[in-house]
Write a protein that binds this ligand. Structure first.
Ligand code: NDP
Ligand code: 2IT
Length: 448
């Protein structure tokens, strides 16, 4: 509960100003709650209005995206870019194309990104963008025309040293390619303005795998340091079957775990012998099909149409890798009853506050998104470095750096939790560790 008068006052102002922005308020509340002991010891934060400034984005643009579908009909979507905070580097964060995208979703993601990017140790500010466009069921031509139109407006606001977007839900290699092409065409300028690019035009080896791999490097270190355990022989359940979920599954298997379930928005599959990842990749990366089809191809697998039932499958490690608020109190209870050892968030804010509370109070190791899924943006930062150098590093070099960054993030969050008297609470640790660097930079840079 918020008891600190300064944080309480700023939170109430934020509520008044963002009345209907449920996800954004949820993200702000969690960060403020974690920061109470730190804010109490640092009166200069209130004196300099740090929290008031932190919750108000530097700017947020909203724009019309008109495009022509395959029937020749004009379609209109809404696009957004939220440039939240640039205290420690150029704005950096993904673009999400999904029908559920609203200003609240973009602001919550942009706000989380500030602290996540700070935790990577790289000079990256926080931002996010996207559109309510749904790439599902669209032809490549339609996706291209949408991306071109989206970039026709977005290009005014971004740049390699200003704001560097990347992928998120619904934005993968195909979309980044079209967006990059249009930026280059409009500006007549070949620059690292987006990350997650194809390898032929400035992309980094390892970026595709980075979020999922990074998540498992974090889990591996957390298990080792907090429980003296490893991933070998552990049973893992993963929600989602997109970019993050697939490479989380791949690394979990490489580290000796057995992944028995994955999902999409239409349901989940349970394969007690262990998921055949090649079949998932074929379905999701090549055919863009529904996960249900896995059961037609792999004997012995079962399908369930209620996607949240995936958390009822007994497991040692649960990795929510789909979307926000997908793991609620009932799901947390089911996981706890089945003896789950750790929950680590590959998605952004996938666990509801009630679920987080239950997991922590039952001694489940809990790795919060802004620490555990930071490997994606960290590797985007490495892509930016390679672009600036006009060099490309080997997969091994990128992967080694990614692992080092994830191990560091775990220790920084763990040490910060200890310093706050909440040892092992990585929610508190990650929020405090991410915040300190950003607030120190804001204090040094003056008021604006
Ligand atoms: P993808 O678009 O590749 O995959 C998204 C997956 O989540 C799909 O399986 C999708 O199912 C499912 N999903 C999406 N929306 C919903 C919903 N409303 N309900 C249920 N399932 C849903 O996205 P990513 O893998 O890139 O992103 C997944 C999560 O990870 C997001 O929270 C994102 O913000 C976060 N993240 C991504 C990073 C990255 O580098 N890509 C970095 C850090 C975090 P379906 O296909 O049926 O829609
Ligand atoms: O949520 C995230 O960190 C991302 N979608 C990745 C952002 C990035 O800039 O690579």
């Amino acid at each position: 509960m918020l008891t600190n008068p300064y944080l309480k006052r700023v939170y109430e102002q934020t509520e008044t100003r963002n009345k209907t922005d449920r996800e954004f308020l949820q993200a702000v509340y969690e960060v403020f709650d974690s920061l109470q002991p730190y804010v109490e010891r640092h009166p200069e934060l209130e004196e300099n209005g740090i929290m008031e400034r932190l919750v108000e984005p530097d700017r947020m643009v909203s724009f019309r995206v008109a495009w022509i579908d395959d029937q020749g009909k004009v379609q209109v979507n809404r696009g957004y870019r939220c440039q939240f905070n640039s205290a420690i580097g150029p704005y950096k964060g993904g673009l999400r194309f999904h029908p559920t995208v609203t200003p609240s979703v973009i602001k919550f993601l942009g706000f989380e990104q500030i602290f996540k990017n700070s935790l990577t140790g790289l000079p990256l500010g926080g931002g996010k963008g996207g559109s309510d466009f749904d790439p599902k069921g669209k032809s490549d031509g339609e996706v291209m025309r949408f991306c071109q139109s989206f970039m026709t407006e977005l290009h005014r606001y971004i740049g390699a040293d200003v704001d560097v977007p990347a992928g998120d839900i619904g934005v993968g290699g195909r979309e980044i390619g079209y967006l990059f092409g249009q930026y280059k065409f409009l500006k007549n300028n070949f620059t690292g303005v987006l990350t997650g690019k194809g390898l032929a035009f400035g992309g980094s080896l390892g970026r595709t795998e980075a979020t999922g791999y990074g998540l498992l490097y974090f889990v591996d270190e957390m298990l080792r340091c907090m429980k003296g355990e490893t991933l070998a022989g552990k049973v893992v359940v993963i929600s989602g079957s997109g970019n993050v979920a697939i490479y989380a599954a791949q690394k979990a298997m490489q580290l000796g775990a057995k992944v028995v379930a994955m999902s999409d928005s239409q349901g989940y599959i349970y394969d007690p012998k262990g998921i055949d990842l090649a079949a998932i990749k074929q379905l999701k990366e090549v055919e863009r099909a529904r996960i249900r089809a896995y059961c037609d191809r792999v004997p012995g697998a079962q399908f369930g149409s209620n996607r949240s039932d995936v958390w009822k499958i007994p497991c040692d490690i649960a990795l929510p890798c789909a979307t926000q608020n997908e793991l609620d109190a009932d799901s947390a209870k089911a996981l706890i009853e089945n003896g789950v050892l750790a929950v680590a968030e590959g998605a952004n804010m996938p666990s509801t506050p009630e679920a987080v509370e239950l997991l922590l109070s039952h001694g489940v190791l809990f790795a919060p998104a802004k620490a555990a899924n930071a490997g994606g943006v960290a590797t985007s930062g490495l892509e930016m470095s390679q672009n600036s150098q006009r060099l490309g590093w080997t997969f091994e070099e990128v992967d080694r750096k990614l692992k080092g960054i994830m191990v560091n993030i775990f220790h920084n969050a763990y040490d910060a939790s200890k310093a706050c008297g909440r040892e092992g609470n990585l929610v508190v640790g990650a929020n405090v560790a991410g915040f300190i660097k950003v607030s120190n930079a804001m204090l040094a840079e003056g008021i604006f």
